[in-house]
Design a binder for this molecule. Structure first.
Ligand code: NAD
Ligand code: IPM
Ligand code: MN
Length: 349
């Protein structure tokens, strides 16, 4: 029997609610000869407010020794004066992504049979956004001068290294090469962000020579939002910068059935540290604690986790169970745990 260590960070808001359902499903999906050993880490708003700790080094070191991480969501109560914006987002979530070198933020989008798109005629939609995960405007390279005065200056400088861009671009090409349509779209804003744009364009051209079967095209990010709503079927693999990828993947979620269905993986393709799987959504304070959240995004994140660990059959079982559940969904709202129970029951067969 193989034993796999799973670090579980339920986090805040709906995070614990959806994580509980994801774990139910994982328990049913694990093959007979694989045992998942979950360890729970109580990181998030409560811990910070009680102790001032966000992610102690010793906890990070422990998390690092796991085979994978499952995260719910982080984010405090809106407007809480004791928890300024960014403390948890930067100190916990981004710190994990950076320290564990999650340079591929993988965000697949499909309109599953049974899911409803708000688009009248979306067509066949099945694309994946490969969002850079460790650089761009997220690195915290900025500052503020003369704060609170009319002369205030605030900067957030996007960092794009050839090393960082090349590795994520190569990963995106490799993914495109394995997909039937073999198409890669670079999304950027090279007409304005000329320095970063030049690095991305050049490396896409250079790395593209290693993948002659992959068709490459380019869209400015503003135009990409047009095509995501008018012709999402045109996309196969999108490779893009950290911030553009963040924005585009909420839109991608919205057009493919809603944010409650969108899964993601923060992947370290070199496997020098555990990868982390989480829904695309946040802590949803507006519905937290009411069993109103859809746990499907967290459950599909478990499917990505299983696939990453090489448990492809188990991953497919979870996905099939979700598809079956979506197809059977009526209009009556179900509680978070009811959706989780229904999907877990389908996985159990
Ligand atoms: P959000 O994703 O939490 O919520 C946006 C809207 O989507 C809300 O109306 C919410 O109710 C709805 N929603 C989200 N998940 C849902 C689900 N599973 N089922 C049904 N409805 C769902 O985004 P936000 O409001 O911009 O952010 C709230 C907090 O979460 C902020 O503190 C933000 O920083 C944080 N956040 C964390 C993560 C993460 O941990 N990965 C991701 C995004 C936002
Ligand atoms: C996401 C979130 C995070 C991001 C925030 C909370 C740091 O929006 O996972 O999409 O911007 O990456
Ligand atoms: Mn986001």
């Amino acid at each position: 029997t193989q034993s796999l260590k799973l670090a579980v960070i339920p986090g805040d808001g709906i995070g614990p609610e959806v994580t509980a359902e994801a774990l139910k499903v994982l328990e049913q999906a694990a093959p007979a000869d694989v045992k998942f050993e979950p360890t729970r880490y109580d990181l998030g708003a409560e811990r910070y407010l009680a102790t001032g700790e966000v992610l102690p080094d010793s906890v990070l070191a422990e998390i690092r020794r796991h085979d994978a991480i499952l995260l719910g969501a982080v984010g405090g109560r809106p407007g809480d004066p004791n928890l300024p914006p960014g403390i948890l987002e930067r100190g916990l979530l981004l710190r994990l992504r950076f320290e564990l070198d999650h340079y591929v933020n993988l965000r697949p989008s499909r309109i599953f049979p049974g899911a409803t798109s708000p688009l009248a005629d979306p067509g066949d939609v099945d694309f994946v956004v490969v969002r850079e995960g460790t650089e761009g405007p997220y690195v915290g390279n900025g500052g503020a001068l003369r704060v609170g005065t009319p002369a205030e200056i605030a900067t957030e400088v996007s960092v794009n290294t050839a090393f960082g861009v090349e590795r994520v671009v190569r990963d995106a090409f490799a993914r495109a090469a394995k997909r039937p349509r073999k198409k890669l779209t670079l999304v950027h804003k090279t007409n304005v962000l000329v320095h970063a744009g030049a690095v991305w364009s050049r490396l896409v051209t250079e790395v593209g020579r290693e993948f002659p079967d992959v068709t490459v095209d380019y869209l400015h990010v503003d135009a990409a939002t047009i095509f995501l709503t008018t012709d999402p079927g045109r996309f196969d693999v999108i490779v893009t910068d950290n911030l553009f990828g963040d924005i585009l993947t909420d839109l991608a979620a919205a057009i493919t059935g809603g944010i409650g269905l969108a899964a993601s993986g923060n992947v370290n393709p070199d496997r020098t540290a555990p990868s982390m799987f989480e829904p695309v959504h946040g802590s949803a304070p507006d519905i937290a604690g009411q069993q109103k959240a859809d746990p499907t995004a967290a459950i599909l994140s478990v499917a990505l986790l299983l696939e990453h660990l090489g448990l492809d059959d188990a991953a497919r079982t979870v996905e099939d169970a979700v598809v079956a559940d979506l197809a059977a969904r009526g209009s009556a709202p179900r509680r978070t745990s009811e959706i989780g129970d229904a999907i877990a029951a389908r996985v159990a067969g």
